[in-house]
Unconditional design. Structure first.
Length: 334
């Protein structure tokens, strides 16, 4: 006999919403790159109150400085591996280091963040009846044997490799989301995010787009990791944020791929950055790291059909939008 599913508990805010119709939204990892752009967008709606919980491992208060002191905004220094007691209607759960050099720096902490952190946010969602969105990743497909990757593909992930703390961590996080959904009736949303770029990316996080832009501005060689024929598909951050909000507000649990299907080799990316930012830099081939996926491109049929979403900004248009922000932070004016 299958156990009867308990109804989700009423949100403590549903009652107060009856009077003020405000939406209180928690963004974990909101001081980071994607999180801070998401906060900017959510704050545009005057009915939203936004609470950010972040431990500043890879994020910074600077990314949120325009909201600090705003009456509809709150910033809490908090590590999601510890329980969190707040009353909210929605949770965007982004907290997790996202770039290989940061998530490999303390792999055990990365696993804890993905597993215990997601468990805590689901416990919170359960207690207050909130809807929760997890930012999963295209890395759940590992080094994919199916191309492009649809959501139905189960992936090709090394469970014991140096990337596993992140890939397998996110896979467990997805499992937890679905188990809380099935067992406790929690309203869940899962986004599988593909490589995203834009202003406020960490300058020194080793990601390819931030590396190439910083190198081009400094006049240093662009370091293409061998063989350079590996591919990625890059989504501009404003498109990403719109996709995440669409998913949260819609009726589909996901998982749904959110990314830009335009696919480029790393050599093509280097050539494009060279052309757009600094035609005088050289392109240098350097050694790669283990388990680097050879190709990656989202199949976004589901996002188009179910969310009526698709990215608008082409790589050629998005890259120059990062230049100003990077020049300012690097102290290299044009
Ligand atoms: P980011 O590193 O800029 O942001 C992550 C934020 O989480 C940071 O502010 C960091 O301080 C915070 N954080 C990390 N561990 C924490 C913890 N234990 N407790 C509280 N806060 C913690 O990265 P991002 O690129 O903005 O990524 C945001 C989310 O999107 C992540 O979940 C990441 O896995 C996912 N994602 C990003 C990309 C991408 O290309 N940027 C691709 C796929 C998935
Ligand atoms: N939790 C939390 N905030 C809450 C409610 C729960 O951080 O408002 C954490 C709680 O500490 C626990 C986790 O979420 O570790 C899972 O909670 P759940 O109630 O599902 O499980 P249990 O507490 O019964 O293990
Ligand atoms: N890469 C590169 N030069 C760099 C940094 C990365 O050629 O300076 C390559 C890397 O080998 C990988 C791709 O760019 O094939 C994307 O790497 P990134 O770390 O940005 O993202 P992820 O591997 O998580 O997709």
């Amino acid at each position: 006999q299958t156990p009867k599913k308990p109804p989700p508990p009423p949100s403590p805010l549903r009652f107060s919403k009856f009077f003020q119709s405000n939406m209180r939204i928690l963004v974990t990892g909101g001081a980071g790159f994607i999180g801070s752009h998401l906060v900017d967008k959510l704050m545009e709606n005057e009915k939203n109150e936004v609470i950010v919980a972040d431990n500043y491992f890879t994020g910074s208060k600077d990314n949120l400085r325009k909201w600090i002191g705003h009456p509809r905004f709150e910033l809490i220094r908090h590590d999601v591996t510890e329980p969190l007691l707040v009353e909210v209607d929605q949770i965007y759960h982004l907290a997790c280091p996202a770039s290989p050099i940061f998530y490999k720096y303390n792999p055990v902490k990365t696993i804890k963040t993905n597993v215990i952190g997601t468990l805590n946010m689901l416990g919170l969602a359960k207690r207050v009846g909130a809807r929760i969105l997890l930012t999963s990743t295209s890395e759940v497909y590992g080094d994919p044997l199916v191309h492009p990757q649809p959501e139905t593909y189960w992936g090709n992930v090394n469970p014991i490799g140096v990337r596993s703390c992140y890939d397998e961590g996110k896979r467990v996080a997805e499992t937890l989301m679905f188990d809380y959904h099935r067992q406790h009736g929690i309203e869940i949303r899962i986004a599988r995010i593909f490589n995203t770029y834009g202003p406020r990316m960490n300058i020194d996080d080793g990601r390819v787009v931030s590396n190439f832009i910083a190198q081009a501005i400094r006049g240093e060689p662009l370091t293409v990791q061998a063989p350079g024929t590996q591919t990625r598909s890059f989504c501009y951050v404003s498109d990403m944020v719109n996709g995440l909000i669409r998913l949260m507000e819609g009726e589909n649990t996901g998982p749904i791929n959110i990314g830009n299907p335009g696919e480029f080799t790393m050599i093509e990316l280097a050539e494009t950055v060279k052309e757009l930012i600094n035609p005088y830099v050289e392109i240098k081939m350097v050694e790669n790291t283990p388990d680097d996926p050879r190709q990656r491109k989202p199949d976004i049929t589901k996002a188009k059909e179910l969310l009526e979403w698709e990215p608008k900004i082409k790589l050629r248009d998005g890259l120059p939008l990062m230049e100003e922000d990077f020049r300012q932070r690097l102290g290299v004016p044009k």
